[in-house]
Design a protein around this ligand. Structure first.
Ligand SMILES: O=C(O)C(=O)C[C@]1(C(=O)O)C=C[C@@H](O)C=C1
Length: 377
C-alpha cells in the first residue's frame, strides 16, 4: 500500500475535528464539576472552593496509562492529560500557584544544594499544575508559605527533601510556624548537564560538581566554584572553552549546547516537593500523613514513647526528622510521616490523642495521595 502524504493529513484533520469536539465535551463536564463543587455543602464560599484534586488526578493518570493501547508512549499520554486537566482547572477557577523562583533573580541562597533545588521548583510545579494556571515566582520558601497563608495564591510548591542532601530546613521550619496544610507531593529526578558553546575536547574550565564525571571525562581542567549554577551558565556563555554544570533549563536561558547529559555522580538523585494550601483533600486508596510533635527533653524516653504510638497502630513510617522548636529552648519538634493512613481517619485521631498525653504541639501538617515512584515503594 503506498502512503500518500495528502491523504494521511486529511485523516489527521478529520481526527482532530473529533478530538476537538471530545475535548470540549470533556471541558463542559469539567465546568459542571466546578459548579457542583461550589454548590457542595463542604465548600464554605466560592473563594475557598478547591479545584485541584490530587487524588482524582492520580486516578486519571493511572486510568489513561492502563487504557493506553499504544503506539503513544505512556509518558506522552500523561503529558497530554496533564495539560487537559490543567485547562480543566483553569476553566473552573483562576488559580495562582506560588513557587520558589529560579536562581539568578534572587541572592538568598547560602548553599549550593538550595541553589540547585531552586531550578527544579518551577519544573515540579508545572508537573503538578501544567501550563494553563498562573504562576507567581517568590524570593524565598517563607514567601511561598506567606503567599498561600495570606490567600494571594491558592497553592504553593516548596522543596521538602532531596534523596542525597536530605531535608530542606527552611521548609521544615516554616511548617512549625505556619497554618498551611500539605495537599499533595511530587517527586522529580534531578539531572545535571554539561553545557558549553565549545566542544568537549576544548573545554578548559567548569563548575566543580559531579566530580566523578569531571575526573574521568575532563581530567585536568580548571574547576571554578560559582555561587549558583546559573552564574556558572552565564560565565560559560561568555567565555571561550568554558563549560558549566547545570540543569537543562540553563541551556535554553543562556543559549548553550548540551555536551553531556545526566552527568551527576549519583544517578537516582530525586527531590520531593510538597504542594501546600489551606486544606488537604478527602481520602484516596493510598494516602500518607505528616505529623509533628514536640518532645519535652525532661521526660526520659519521650521520643521512644512517641514512636511507640505509631508502632501500636501498625503504622509504617516513611520519614522522620527533627528541628529545634524555636519556641522553647532545648525542645525539639519531630516530623513523622506515615504511609497508608489519611489525616481524617479514626486511626490518626487516636494517634494525635495518644501523643497529646505526653508530647506538646501535636499537629497534622498534611495528608496527601502517596505519589512515591514505584521503585521507592
Ligand atoms: O474531578 C474533578 O474534581 C475535576 O475537577 C476534574 C479534573 C479533570 O479534568 O479530570 C480537573 C481537575 C482536578 O484536579 C481533577 C480532575
Amino acid at each position: 500500500m503506498s502512503l500518500n502524504l495528502d491523504t494521511l493529513r486529511l485523516q489527521i484533520d478529520s481526527l482532530d475535528h473529533k478530538l476537538i469536539a471530545l475535548l470540549n465535551e470533556r471541558a463542559q463536564v469539567s465546568l459542571d464539576i466546578g459548579a457542583a463543587k461550589r454548590e457542595s455543602k463542604d465548600s464554605q464560599d466560592e473563594e475557598n472552593t478547591h479545584v485541584y484534586i490530587p487524588g482524582r488526578e492520580k486516578q486519571v493518570f493511572e486510568k489513561v496509562t492502563r487504557l493506553n493501547p499504544g503506539p503513544l508512549a505512556a509518558d506522552s499520554l500523561c503529558a497530554i492529560y496533564r495539560e487537559i486537566m490543567s485547562a480543566s482547572i483553569a476553566l473552573q477557577k483562576d488559580v495562582m500557584v506560588a513557587y520558589l523562583g529560579p536562581v539568578g533573580s534572587f541572592s538568598h541562597d547560602l548553599n549550593t544544594h538550595y541553589a540547585i533545588t531552586r531550578q527544579y521548583v518551577l519544573q515540579a510545579s508545572m508537573k503538578r499544575f501544567g501550563d494553563s494556571v498562573q504562576y507567581a515566582s517568590q524570593g524565598t520558601i517563607a514567601d511561598v508559605f506567606d503567599a498561600v497563608e495570606r490567600g494571594r495564591c491558592q497553592y504553593g510548591v516548596v522543596p521538602f527533601e532531596n534523596s542525597i542532601a536530605g531535608s530542606v530546613v527552611p521548609t521544615l521550619d516554616k511548617f512549625i510556624k505556619s497554618k498551611v496544610k500539605i495537599r499533595a507531593e511530587t517527586y522529580l529526578p534531578v539531572h545535571h548537564y554539561l553545557l558549553s558553546n565549545s566542544t568537549t575536547e576544548a573545554v578548559r574550565r567548569a563548575l566543580a560538581q559531579c566530580q566523578n564525571f569531571l575526573n574521568s571525562q575532563l581530567k585536568g581542567i580548571e574547576l571554578i566554584p560559582c555561587a549558583s549554577t546559573s552564574e556558572a551558565a552565564q560565565l560559560a556563555s561568555k567565555e571561550k572553552y568554558a563549560a558549566a554544570v547545570c540543569n537543562r533549563v540553563c541551556a535554553e536561558i543562556y543559549g548553550l549546547d548540551i555536551l553531556h547529559a545526566d552527568i551527576e555522580d549519583q544517578q537516582d538523585n530525586t527531590t520531593r516537593f510538597f504542594i501546600i494550601s489551606d486544606a488537604w483533600d478527602a481520602p484516596t486508596v493510598s494516602d500518607k500523613t505528616l505529623l509533628m510533635f514536640t518532645v519535652d527533653h525532661r521526660l526520659p524516653g519521650a521520643l521512644c514513647d512517641g514512636l511507640k504510638v505509631f508502632k501500636d497502630h501498625s503504622l509504617n513510617l516513611t520519614k522522620i526528622d527533627s528541628r529545634p522548636s524555636m519556641l522553647r529552648p532545648w525542645h525539639y519538634v519531630f516530623f513523622v510521616e506515615c504511609a497508608g493512613v489519611h489525616g481524617d481517619s479514626e486511626v490518626m485521631s487516636n494517634v494525635v490523642a495518644e501523643l497529646g498525653q505526653f508530647c506538646l504541639d501535636v499537629k497534622i501538617v498534611g495528608t496527601y495521595p502517596d505519589q512515591r515512584p514505584q521503585d521507592l515503594n
